[in-house]
Design a protein around this ligand. Structure first.
Ligand code: 5GP
Ligand code: ZN
Length: 113
C-alpha cells in the first residue's frame, strides 16, 4: 500500500528502531512511548485492521503473539505486560495497518481509558 505509514516502514523508506524482524513480521519502538517498553509488532503484509483478517491470517496472528511473548522475555518483563490491538475509530486506531502494542515496565490500570 503506497500511502500506508507502516508499509513504508516495512519497505525501509522511513527509519525506525527495529527490534525484531523475520519473513512475516517486523517489530520496532513506538515513536511516542506510553511505557518504558513500548514496541509495535506488525505483519509485513498490509492488513487494515483486525476487522479485515480472514482464515488465511490465522497462522500470522498466532505468530505475532509468539513474537510478543519472545520480545517480552527479551525485555525482562517478568512481572507482566500488556498486548494491545486498537481496532477502528472506537478502538482508538490511528494507523490503518494492523499492529499490536507490547507495553511493559510499569503497572497498567483497568478498565483502560
Ligand atoms: P494506534 O493508535 O493506531 O493503535 O497506534 C499507532 C501507534 O503508532 C501510536 O502509538 C504512534 O505513536 C505510533 N506511530 C505513529 N507514527 C509512527 C512512526 O512514524 N514511527 C513509529 N515508530 N511509531 C509511530
Ligand atoms: Zn500497510
Amino acid at each position: 500500500m503506497a500511502d500506508c505509514l507502516f508499509c513504508k516502514i516495512v519497505a525501509g523508506e522511513i527509519p525506525t528502531n527495529k527490534v525484531y524482524e523475520d519473513d512475516k513480521v517486523l517489530a520496532f519502538g513506538d515513536i511516542n512511548p506510553q511505557a518504558p517498553v513500548h514496541i509495535l509488532i506488525i505483519p509485513k503484509k498490509h492488513i487494515k485492521s483486525l476487522e479485515d483478517v480472514s482464515n488465511e491470517d490465522v497462522e500470522l496472528l498466532g505468530h505475532i503473539q509468539l513474537v510478543a511473548s519472545k520480545l517480552a522475555k527479551e525485555n525482562n518483563l517478568n512481572d507482566g505486560y500488556r498486548l494491545v490491538n486498537n481496532c477502528g475509530v472506537d478502538g482508538g486506531q490511528t494507523v490503518a495497518h494492523i499492529h499490536y502494542h507490547l507495553l511493559g515496565g510499569r503497572t497498567f490500570g483497568w478498565p483502560p481509558g
